[in-house]
Design a protein around this ligand. Structure first.
Ligand code: NAI
Ligand code: MG
Length: 363
């Protein structure tokens, strides 16, 4: 099959790490398992410099036509003063909105070679492989009313609205259950049904979807605050954790830090399946930003970006086997002791972006 890719490297270290992904794409093609048509465009600050906006209509069209968007990172001090609606982040927000990307997948994987870089003990994190599934387009970040009003007595009142409908909960629950079937067959659903109505509904809907359509998947309910505690105490008890936008924001950052470095963390954002083809719209990006402090120096860690492409192989292209090979190559290179400066420790070998990418391909 021929898959349509749109590459959006963005700003800062984005182009440097995207170059390493292009090598991986070439490797897949050479293996003869898939063919890609590749387009590339601007997003973020570089798009603002070129067009006066964070993403052009042309690039949006390409994104809507693509099977997967591979996104670097956007922003940097150069654009700190630009108007709000054309700031670099607006490019990413527009993509999320127009592609309908409601499910954010954040794996937390601890490579054995890096287990001592975690802030937790080796035995707590070694071999960790969990997946946080965060609802991305609803909840308290978007619910209306959302305002700050001045009361008659001069005091101010701030309002955010946590709001979820049955169908919003159903579709994110299905994503979590489907993913669990490809992994450890276990879902933990995190909410606060003890103090929030949205938590009550969340709990009911996830329970029903699980009972009706995924009786083979083990489901547990955990209060979100307890979930945060359990993630730090014994994270390996979880496989897939599903939660709303706000709790997911926090829990995915907690999970991220179990594993060591920001330069290691991939993510995926998925939309609804196309009724005709079953294919979901999808965007893959590293969790980190543009790292302006090291941009252009050839030292950025390409692993988060490469692993994000690995998620595209797995979730958009049905190439789970190739994704496994890529994950094993990353683990092997780390086992050999190669490190970009962000993950360097004494006794290992410091390498730059290009050498790290080459070593992963060789492995
Ligand atoms: P950042 O993730 O860019 O950098 C934080 C620290 O981690 C820096 O010291 C950086 O050098 C290091 N780092 C990050 N990725 C790395 C990698 N691949 N290899 C080696 N070291 C790495 O976050 P920061 O500094 O808060 O933001 C910088 C810019 O990036 C800002 O303009 C921010 O708005 C933007 N940003 C963009 C995101 C996106 O496009 N999704 C996400 C987060 C931030
Ligand atoms: Mg966050």
């Amino acid at each position: 099959a021929t898959h349509k890719l749109l590459l959006l490297p963005g700003d800062g270290i984005g182009p440097e790490i995207m170059t390493e992904v292009k090598k991986v794409i070439g490797w897949i093609e050479k293996r003869g398992v898939a063919a890609f048509t590749i387009e590339e465009d601007l997003v973020g600050g570089c798009a603002y410099d070129a067009h006066g906006r964070a993403i052009s209509e042309g690039a949006m069209k390409k994104a809507l036509a693509a099977d997967a968007v591979i996104f670097g990172a956007v922003g940097g001090p150069k654009w700190d003063g630009v108007p709000y609606d054309v700031r670099p982040e607006a490019g990413l927000l527009r993509l999320r909105k127009d592609l309908g990307l409601f499910a954010n997948l954040r794996p937390a994987i601890c490579y054995p070679a890096l287990a001592d870089s975690s802030s937790l003990k080796r035995e707590v994190v070694e071999g960790l492989d969990i997946l946080i599934v965060r609802e991305l387009t609803g909840g308290v970040y978007f619910g209306e009313p959302k305002e700050i009003v001045t009361l008659e007595n001069g005091e101010k009142r701030a309002v955010d609205t946590q709001l979820y409908t049955t169908s919003e909960i159903e579709r994110i629950a299905r994503v979590a259950f489907d993913l669990a079937r490809t992994r450890g067959n276990k879902v933990a659903s995190a909410e606060k049904r003890n103090v929030m109505k949205s938590g009550v509904l969340w709990n009911q809907v996830v329970t029903r979807i699980g009972r009706e359509d995924y009786p083979d998947v083990a489901l547990e309910h955990v209060l979100a605050d307890n979930c945060a505690m359990q993630l730090v105490r014994w994270p390996k008890q979880f496989d897939v954790v599903v939660c709303d936008n706000l709790f997911g924001d926090i829990l995915s950052d907690v999970a991220a830090m179990l594993t060591g470095s920001l330069g290691m963390l991939p993510s995926a954002s998925l939309g609804a399946p196309d009724p005709a083809t079953g294919q979901r719209r999808a965007l893959y990006e590293p969790v980190h930003g543009t790292a302006p402090d090291i941009a252009g120096k050839g030292v950025a860690n390409p692993i988060a970006m490469i692993a994000s492409f690995g998620m595209a192989l797995r979730y958009s292209f049905g190439l789970g086997g190739e994704a496994d090979l890529l994950d094993r190559a990353i683990a092997a290179v780390l086992d050999e002791g190669l490190r970009t400066p962000d993950i360097y420790t004494e006794g290992t070998v410091k390498v730059g972006t290009v050498a790290m990418g080459d070593a992963i391909l060789a492995a």
